[in-house]
Design a protein around this ligand. Structure first.
Ligand SMILES: Cc1ncc(COP(=O)(O)O)c(C=O)c1O
Length: 430
């Protein structure tokens, strides 16, 4: 049934014409191999979205359990964020940079109040990877040391500095040499970390829960150990909360799971309110002052902190708190994980593990091959899901924090059917 109006066809003559045009544009002008993979897995064209739902070119609706890889904490186009952005458009959209920007000041003040401890000084960019670049540069300038320690399987972004800290060889190898002296250790292993953090280390960068690495939850106390190891060596602790931050894991920040205050926290995805991209780091004043106290222009961004983005982020933080979405993430996350585990109990030949925190749930498959069937089968049943970028055996379920119990139930039913279909089609895979 078509629910979309003709304006959802973006001027194309028909739904099929819009699909053909978009596919051809991807194939010719964007990314030919990606175009083919998306076509093979049955990806439609997105034309409209609201809340937890995306509508495609045929008017079919999907529950968005890929969730923009964690962007849509408030769902798509939350009305309060849209209203704030529309209102801001009529005043000033991008900063002229030569005058004070009141919304950037207000957003920094809000983040200082929201983040733990004395994380009080913010820098704004537009993406997660830029937030990480900023944090790595800050640590190097503050400590005057060269080395960075990161974890296997980590995902910190794909610009050269962030990629150097990321932990998947397939993404790194074609770009060698990356930053010199980046040391990788197993995630969740404090002893291995202690071995490599010495007086040359500027920073240890770690995700509180590895998202793209396959939704890996470290042992309790790991972040406290990271904190202690950094303190002992005089290294900066960077918590990359681009994906885990702002309620995703059923707590405001992933670091809260261990009650730890890092020296620098990176944020992005959810801070956008799902409407305008925002990346940020928030730092302790001692670290920031050591780096930039006498050099305010060492690290800058033309677009970062623009008024539209700040209006979106300020509204997003209001909604997060007013709608108690962190608590909803915890409750709906438990429902989702329980449901996935029930399917795992029925299909042990397909699913090896289900884990996560809040609404960041990973489903580890016994073979990568199952994913290529489960994800399209889910799509057929009106649910989006996605692989984790650094671990193709893990499917992530990452719906908006506004998701309802009924929507989780619908998605779980589709998931159970998709897993059954994959097993029926593929049998036991080695
Ligand atoms: C933990 C983490 N850091 C950084 C990034 C990079 O963010 P972006 O894709 O906005 O550059 C991601 C993206 O998935 C992420 O999960």
């Amino acid at each position: 049934m078509r629910t979309g109006a003709d304006e959802d066809l973006y001027g194309a003559a028909s739904a099929a014409a819009l699909y053909d045009e978009t596919y051809e544009n991807y194939r010719r002008y964007l990314n030919p191999p990606l175009a083919r993979v998306m076509k093979m897995s049955g990806s439609p064209v997105e034309v409209r979205a609201a809340g937890s739902t995306i509508t495609d070119h045929n008017g079919k609706t999907y529950l968005d359990f890929a969730g923009g890889y964690g962007v849509f904490t408030l769902g798509h186009r939350h009305p309060r964020v849209v209203a704030a952005v529309k209102d801001q458009l009529d005043r000033i959209a991008l900063s002229g940079r030569t005058m004070f920007n009141p919304l950037m000041g207000r957003l920094a003040q809000r983040l200082a109040a929201l983040t733990p401890g004395d994380l009080t000084i913010s820098f704004f960019a537009n993406t997660g990877t830029e937030a990480v670049e900023g944090a790595l540069k800050l640590a190097r300038a503050a400590t005057k040391r060269p080395a960075i320690v990161a974890t296997h399987g980590a995902f910190h972004g794909k610009t050269l500095g962030a990629l150097s800290a990321s932990g998947r060889d397939a993404f790194r190898d074609p770009f060698m040499p990356l930053l010199a002296d980046v040391r990788h250790v197993p995630f969740g292993d404090a002893s291995a970390l202690r071995e490599v953090v010495d007086a040359a280390v500027a920073a240890v960068i770690v995700e509180p829960i590895q998202g793209e690495g396959g939704v890996n939850v470290p042992p309790d106390g790991y972040l406290r150990d990271v904190r202690a190891i950094c303190d002992a060596a005089g290294a900066v602790m960077i918590a990359d909360e681009v994906q885990t931050g702002l309620g995703r894991c059923g707590v405001m920040f992933g670091c809260d799971r261990d009650g730890v205050v890092p020296d620098v926290m990176t944020l992005a995805k959810g801070l956008s309110g799902g409407v305008i991209p925002v990346g940020a780091y928030v730092a302790r004043p001692a670290v920031w002052n050591a780096a930039y106290g006498k050099a305010p222009l060492l690290h800058t961004s033309t677009f970062g902190g623009n008024e539209l983005a700040c209006a979106a982020a300020l509204a997003a933080l209001d909604v997060l708190i007013d709608e108690d979405l962190v608590a909803n993430a915890a409750q709906r996350g438990a429902q989702l994980l329980d449901g996935v585990r029930a399917t795992m109990a029925r299909r042990p030949a397909v699913i090896a593990d289900a884990r996560g925190a809040g609404l960041l749930v990973g489903v580890e498959l016994r073979s990568e091959g199952y994913g290529g069937t489960i994800i399209p089968e889910l799509l057929k049943r009106g649910v989006t899901a996605a692989w984790t970028l650094n671990q193709q055996r893990v499917i992530r379920l990452e719906p908006p924090l506004v998701v309802t119990a009924a929507e989780i139930d619908l998605a779980l039913r589709a998931f159970d059917e998709a897993v059954a279909a994959a097993f029926d089609q593929l049998g036991v895979l080695a």
